[in-house]
Design a binder for this molecule. Structure first.
Ligand SMILES: C[S@@+](CC[C@H](N)C(=O)[O-])C[C@H]1O[C@@H](n2cnc3c(N)ncnc32)[C@H](O)[C@@H]1O
Length: 380
């Protein structure tokens, strides 16, 4: 849904845009159902209009939420997410040239390894974040962070940004906790995730499920390499990416933005080719499409270093082979799509399930042979 990213009227300038494909919105109950704050939570306190403070010292490193009673009740009832035992994290935090602090791998992190699973330390509803009178908002924010236990407070205040509002703007992710309606839109702050810098060709995927943030290696990461996520949509030419990141107040220092003008033009041209071929794949009357067109597009994603987006590319390639009645290649790409989509959206997402079905038996899939040359009535 387009509501999640920059087209949203509630979009604040600086929050990290979660790719809508990877956001799993959860509606626990229908709007008429009564839902109450889970008993280990405290609040409401310090209400301004509908916005109150709710908190729980025992979730993660402590969590404080500024929102309506209904939203707090929904969030407090999310199934608890266990942090895996993390005796030794595979990275350290260090100064990175041109970017402030960043995250650097201590050892090889293989593709598909889960790096961090975190609940937010602070979560604020987007509507009061953008709508409250500034003095009231800042007072409420100061009261809210005081509810955090010392570890959570220290982590939150250690994030980049001059005050609480600025820290939220610089570091937090938009997420929806109650279906896709605007009142469910919140900004979730995960102070350890806040150390991930942006890269236009990131090596880490992330997703937010309910309010839990999960990061997974998108490709093999070598010791000493910086771990990065993307703050923006990546299928954009260099100038457009740069200008979007300038709105965050920084000039992108990632390697892909630092290439020569000639190399950047080559990359931009590749992105245009991808866009054209993807358009053709969608259009059944388009005669330029052959059985391997989807696989060619997937190759272009790989050449471009778009490891974070391979799930969608392999999915299209698998479907196109099935449409042309090529079972073995359809199966091969469907399997690759399952692995990539698991990294991107988790193992039980609808996209993963769909590709598992295709990999099982392409001949039984609804797409089978629908675009095969010479088939009557299919626009060929
Ligand atoms: C979410 S924080 C990331 C951690 C931050 N570097 C720190 O020191 O805490 C986002 C900020 O990091 C910096 N940053 C992130 N990615 C960058 C990049 N690709 N190039 C330059 N600066 C970057 C910018 O100052 C940005 O506002």
């Amino acid at each position: 849904s387009a509501g999640i990213c920059p087209s949203s009227p509630l979009q604040v300038v600086n929050q990290i845009c979660v790719n809508p494909e990877y956001v799993r919105v959860t509606s626990q109950k229908s709007p008429g159902d009564a839902i109450t704050l889970e008993s280990s939570w405290k609040g409401p306190e310090h209400c301004v209009n509908d916005t109150c403070i709710f908190f729980n010292e025992r979730v993660g490193d402590g969590i404080v939420i500024l929102t309506t009673e209904r939203n707090a009740a929904i969030a407090s009832n999310f199934p608890s997410t266990d942090r895996p035992k993390e005796n030794v994290l595979p990275f350290h935090v260090a100064e990175v040239p041109g970017k402030g602090i960043g995250i650097v791998a201590d050892r090889k992190i293989p593709k598909g390894e889960t790096i961090l699973i975190r609940t937010p330390t602070m979560m604020v509803q987007t509507a009061p974040h953008v709508g409250l009178e500034l003095g009231t908002r800042d007072l409420l924010y100061d009261l809210a962070v005081q509810k955090l236990p010392s570890k959570g407070h220290e982590l939150f205040m250690g994030q980049m940004g001059k005050d609480v509002y600025d820290k939220i703007e610089t570091n937090c992710f938009q997420l929806y906790i109650d279906g896709a309606n605007e009142s469910g839109s919140h900004l979730g702050c995960y102070p350890e995730i806040s150390r991930f810098n942006h890269d236009c060709r990131p090596n880490v995927n992330y997703r937010i499920n309910n309010m839990t943030h999960t990061t997974v290696a998108a490709r093999d990461i070598a010791p000493g390499e910086e771990l990065s996520i993307s703050y923006i949509e990546l299928m954009l030419p260099r100038e457009e990416r740069r200008s979007r990141l300038r709105r965050w107040g920084f000039e992108c220092a990632c390697p892909h933005c630092s290439v020569s003008d000639a190399q950047a033009a080559e990359s931009d041209a590749r992105l245009r080719t991808i866009e054209e071929l993807e358009g053709a794949l969608e259009n059944f009357n388009e005669t330029v499409v052959a059985a391997d067109t989807g696989a060619r597009v997937a190759d272009l994603y790989e050449t471009e270093g778009l490891h974070a987006y391979l799930g969608r590319a392999y999915t299209r390639a698998a479907l196109n082979f099935a449409l042309f009645g090529e079972a073995e290649r359809a199966r091969e790409y469907a399997r690759a799509a399952v692995a990539a989509l698991e990294r991107e959206s988790g193992s039980d997402s609808a996209d993963v399930r769909a590709m598992r079905v295709l990999a099982e038996d392409p001949r039984k899939h609804w797409t089978w042979g629908k675009r095969r040359k010479g088939k009557p009535g299919k626009g060929q």
